[in-house]
Write a protein that binds this ligand. Structure first.
Ligand code: N01
Length: 545
């Protein structure tokens, strides 16, 4: 069971006052930002909606939740002692272990004394004369800060579609992204799971292990690669820890900021013969995980190349799923990797179980949630519990829920009404001294998030130090820099197959959300650009005295 104890008890953190830096969120980004802020001698305060640290790993407690980046990589690199001493037990860490790790970091670096839990930031307004932000919370706290850092995560605002009759259901309902802290069991129940993204694909095999019947309501099938998860190999761990810094540095030169132990094969799939292709795909399928996408260099650049990889996975689905009509329903048609690839343990095989049913809702959407279940395609499905694995209002949802107002009262909602606009994903014109960690326009969700978080927090820390050293009190992205950056992010995406399907990268999963490809593809070039901007005295930003 998780440690769900309310750690605010006895906390000395005041909820009013003036700070150098206000940090919103105590996930991996907020925790590291606080640590670095303290190192700079800043008076910092963190506000966190949950009762503990951990961010995404605090909220996403659904059965089977596990990271799809290997544990020796999905961890902080800023402390050699920490990375040497912490012991992961599995190749891909399960959610409870990642949460324990976050709690360990909070204790080890004594972070909690500056974090106010159970407190959601609802507004942040900039006062141009004072060059300070006033931040308000749902507990009535009003504080000011010279800098505000939005460490609010990319997948922190759950998406619950507005199904007709939603409130009428008499059974139990859950959203994977807001899972209860108590153990949830489905023994003897008829369970409906809506969605077939990563959260569903991880949880369905576990739910099927308990429930009497499972109905999976699938709008779009997804490609999933087996995790082949296993206890962490001590010899591999020792090898990595013998040169952990070198391993981290090599990972930072990878496109997604991880995977130097299984780098992308730069060769074009068209340069390989049938046998070589098969062997390359087989090897990556057998190794497991997201590295499958790196079997050839052009899989994400060329639709024909992509479909060769896609067809390999469809073939695997046909091999695993015994009922071939069902296998065809589970076989995706969109480009592989266009929606984020899933990593599973026994997902497709679960559909061989007689009590697990796939309901294809691609042609007939869910009409209504009823008191006893749900109706789609003119059929009523009787359910005792519904699991909404319907994802997130990604990258912008949490930021836009807050009332953020910059210079001249400009709201972030107005500013981003046609989609998010940033410079480097870090700063926004009209919003001085506001930094976003892994914001839209930065590689964020296309990378190992912790690598991106550390890179952003280090950059922000250096920037604040620079401003102090040079007697500047404000920094704001300039219009030309922002315009050119937004163009760059779009141009990079348009050269790939990423924008060709309805993914949450585009905001396509949330009705009414502007369709814009939000993350920047490619970590190393991005990190180099950030270093260049810094070396040129924060080129593209205006610094105010
Ligand atoms: O959410 P999703 P997720 N009616 O958006 C369906 C990370 N993550 O929580 O594809 C019916 O991927 C929707 O259908 P469609 C990871 O980055 C990582 O699973 O829009 N269905 C889709 O099938 C991941 O990509 C891990 O047609 C509706 C599903 O709901 C991201 O989080 C684990 C619907 C949502 O899938 C999000 O994953 C978990 C409607 N009205 C998550 N609306 C790791 O392994 C939506 N859907 C680390």
């Amino acid at each position: 069971m998780q440690d769900t104890k309310d750690r605010t008890a006895g906390a000395a953190a005041p909820e009013t006052g003036a700070f150098d830096m206000i940090i919103v969120g105590a996930g991996f980004a907020g925790m590291y930002m606080l640590h670095r802020a303290r190192g700079l001698g800043l008076k910092a305060r963190v506000f966190e909606a949950g009762t503990d640290v951990g961010g995404t790993w605090y909220w996403n407690r659904y059965p089977g939740a596990r990271c799809d980046v290997e544990s020796l990589e999905y961890s902080y690199s800023f402390s050699e002692e920490l990375q040497q001493q912490w012991k992961w037990t599995e190749r891909f860490a399960p959610q409870p272990e990642i949460l324990k790790y976050a709690q360990h970091v909070a204790d080890r670096f004594d972070l909690r004394r500056d974090i106010v839990f159970n407190t959601r930031v609802i507004a942040s307004h900039y006062d141009e004369d004072a060059a300070r932000w006033t931040v308000r919370t749902d507990t009535g706290a009003v504080v000011t800060g010279q800098f505000v850092v939005m460490a609010t995560g990319c997948l922190s605002s759950t998406n619950l579609p507005d199904f007709k009759g939603l409130g009428s259901f008499k059974g139990r309902t859950y959203h994977t992204g807001q899972w209860p802290h108590e153990e949830v069991r489905f023994d003897g129940l008829r369970v409906g799971v809506i969605g077939t993204g990563s959260s569903a694909i991880q949880s369905i095999p576990i739910i099927a292990g308990q429930a009497k019947e499972v109905f999976v309501f699938q709008r779009t099938p997804n490609y999933s690669i087996p995790a082949h998860n296993a206890p962490l190999d001590p010899a591999y761990e020792a090898q990595i820890k013998a040169d952990y810094a070198g391993f981290r540095a090599r990972n930072r030169r990878m496109m997604p900021g991880f995977g130097s132990n299984n780098p992308r094969n730069e060769k074009s799939v068209f340069e390989a013969g049938e046998e070589e292709r098969r062997a390359a795909f087989e090897a990556r399928w057998n190794r497991g995980g997201l590295g499958f996408q790196g079997a050839f260099g052009d899989l994400m650049l060329n639709d024909e190349a992509n479909q060769i990889a896609a067809e390999f996975v469809r073939g695997k689905i046909r091999e695993i799923v015994k009922d071939q009509a069902l296998a065809e329903k589970l076989a995706p048609r969109q480009a592989i990797g266009c929606k984020r690839i899933c990593v599973d343990t026994g997902y497709y095989d679960t559909f061989n179980r007689p009590h697990v049913h796939l309901v294809d809702i691609s042609q007939a959407p869910i009409e209504e949630i009823t008191p006893t279940g749900l109706r789609t395609g003119g059929m009523d499905y009787a359910l005792d519990a519904i699991v909404f694995a319907t994802g997130f209002d990604a990258m912008t949802g949490t930021l836009l829920k807050m009332d953020i107002r910059g210079r001249n009262g400009l709201t972030l909602r107005e500013k981003w009404s046609a989609g998010p606009r940033t410079y480097l994903g870090l700063g926004v014109v009209g919003f001085p001294n506001l930094f976003i960690v892994t914001g839209p326009g930065s590689p964020s969700v296309l990378t190992n998030m912790i690598v991106s978080i550390e890179q952003h927090v280090d950059w922000i820390s250096d920037c604040v130090q620079y401003l102090r050293d040079h007697g500047k009190r404000s920094i704001e992205a300039t219009e030309p820099a922002e315009i050119s950056w937004v163009g760059h992010v779009n141009a990079v995406a348009d050269a790939t197959i990423y924008p060709t399907c309805n993914s949450w990268y585009l905001g396509a999963n949330v009705p009414g959300k502007t369709r814009v490809f939000m993350p920047l593809i490619g970590f190393p070039a991005y990190a180099d650009k950030c270093e260049e901007v810094k070396a040129r005295g924060y080129e593209g930003f205006a610094l105010g005295a």
